[in-house]
Design a protein around this ligand. Structure first.
Ligand SMILES: Cc1cc2nc3c(=O)[nH]c(=O)nc-3n(C[C@H](O)[C@H](O)[C@H](O)COP(=O)(O)OP(=O)(O)OC[C@H]3O[C@@H](n4cnc5c(N)ncnc54)[C@H](O)[C@@H]3O)c2cc1C
Length: 440
């Protein structure tokens, strides 16, 4: 029996991965993508923007058998390298053991490899320069400029400003809101040294935490670092007030003096690169009947401070793929189950990502935070099946985000009570056994 054709909007990170999963099950897929084919443009070879890849994303990439290739362009980052104002640095490991690392990968290379992987199945066609303007979900019709396309099932992987989400929201009783963070970002560069080497530690994610704002840097294969300044959009020290060369140089000389010396094109980059805005998208449900469903940022765009947006989007693809296997052909059940069980995970990672901004820009230097971090590692060693630091649950495990969130709250309360002397060591151990059931 011929399987129905699936229509998918967006050939960003999630779209081609989901298309590959579908093709591997025998479905043919038409992807419609707003942009032109980045594999054919000069730009793809240009400035490198990178992303942190971790266990959830890796799991999906292994599923579709592309991880071996991606691993070759992935730089392991063992921990956060904290840069203090006086230039001293300290490495705070992400986890325990050499496998508990996250990886810096080039967004463009990953995206291009995923598109090629999808096309190589022989069942996926990507139609570039097709921007979805409007979706008529009752009549199964999509409008791209003056072209109309009929669909049977449509999957929205069209990112945080999803056009398909608008249609679902309009048709159903979907709750939807976009919550701005109030902070934005600017991408900058630390080039390689004259001899092509990394100018700062290669195997780390660098952070310059400065309270209300921060700078981070992730390594690229060519010896450079992509830096991102996360900064208030408005206010006395903000993108509104830092614009001209003097203002930019004074911000960096005063707050990031060691980074400033490594950024010869700082002012140019700052003035030429766009200021990105950050927001969280909340939407529930993610589907409309057995016709349409949202994945990735279209369903749950999160702020980037847990390095999980792409990882969560890739996990969406593997979760949906499993449901397609489980309820073969019953799309009502597939979409309904995806929404019902997974929306809460989207909401949980959204909250944790916002909380992590405060941790990264402020708490990492707080002695209490450091004590708690050490305690987390100690307890993990004593109770490996019950107590795992929240960062590790998110980045090195597949535990659903909502469960991570709930366990994280219990763990935090226990640790705080222990550190303030409210509970003793033996009480702490008994409480862990009572309150935290083994992780399955
Ligand atoms: C500064 C920053 C840093 C980040 N760092 C990390 C990180 O370290 N780790 C991590 O896991 N995540 C990170 N993320 C998040 C990550 O980028 C996203 O979660 C991820 O790209 C989501 O994938 P997606 O396929 O859902 O959306 P996208 O990758 O945005 O793809 C959407 C695609 O749909 C296309 N499209 C949009 N509208 C239409 C339309 N109307 N018609 C047709 N096509 C359309 C777009 O052109 C695009 O190709 C970061 C995000 C930001 C902003």
């Amino acid at each position: 029996m011929n399987k129905e054709k699936i229509t998918l909007i967006g050939a960003g990170l999630a779209g081609p991965l989901m298309a590959t999963y579908l093709a591997n099950r025998g479905y043919s897929v038409d992807i419609f993508e707003r942009r032109s084919d980045m594999r054919k443009s000069e730009l793809s070879a240009g400035r490198s923007i990178n992303l942190a890849l971790s266990a959830r994303g890796i799991h999906a990439l292994k599923d579709v058998e592309i991880y071996d290739k991606i691993e070759l362009i992935a730089i392991p980052m063992k921990g956060r390298m904290i840069h203090d104002l006086d230039g001293t640095t300290q490495l705070q490991p992400y986890g325990q053991g050499e496998n508990e690392v996250i990886y810096s990968v080039s967004r463009a290379q990953l995206n291009m490899d995923l598109m090629t992987l999808a096309e190589n199945t022989g069942l996926v066609d990507i139609h570039f320069e097709h921007k979805l303007d409007f979706a008529d979900l009752d009549n199964n019709e999509l409008t791209f400029g003056d072209k109309r396309v009929f669909f049977d099932k449509v999957l929205g992987c069209d990112g945080s400003s999803s056009a398909l989400r608008k249609a679902i929201h309009k048709k159903s009783i979907a709750e939807y809101f976009k919550k701005p963070l109030g902070h934005g970002y600017k991408e900058l560069t630390i080039p390689p040294s004259d001899s092509g080497d990394f100018r700062i530690e290669k195997f780390a994610l660098h952070i310059w935490p400065r309270g209300e704002f921060m700078l981070i840097a992730l390594p690229n294969m060519d010896g450079s670092f992509t830096c991102t300044l996360f900064f208030p959009m408005t206010g006395p020290t903000s993108f509104e007030t830092v614009k001209n060369e003097n203002e930019i140089m004074s911000l960096f000389q005063n707050h990031f003096p060691d980074a400033f010396e490594l950024m010869p094109t700082l002012c140019e980059d700052f003035q030429n690169n766009p200021t990105g805005n950050l927001a969280t998208v909340y939407c529930n449900p993610w589907h409309y009947k057995d016709k349409a469903v949202l994945l990735g940022d279209a369903a749950h765009a999160v702020v980037p401070f847990f390095g999980q947006g792409m990882n969560a989007s890739f996990q969406d693809c593997s979760v949906l793929n499993n449901l397609i296997g489980k309820y073969s052909g019953d799309w009502d059940k597939i979409f309904e189950n995806f929404s019902t069980f997974h929306v809460k995970n989207g909401h949980a990672i959204a909250e944790m990502a916002i909380e992590n901004y405060i941790e990264m820009r402020d708490s990492v230097n707080d002695p209490n935070y450091k004590k708690r971090r050490q305690l987390e590692f100690d307890l993990e060693q004593k109770f490996p099946d019950r107590f795992i630091p929240r960062y590790s649950m998110v980045s090195f495990h597949q535990i659903p985000y909502s469960e991570v969130y709930n366990r994280g709250e219990i763990q935090l309360e226990l640790m705080n009570k222990f550190l303030t002397g409210e509970i003793t060591e033996s009480n702490l151990h008994t409480t862990i056994l009572n309150k935290l059931h083994p992780i399955t």
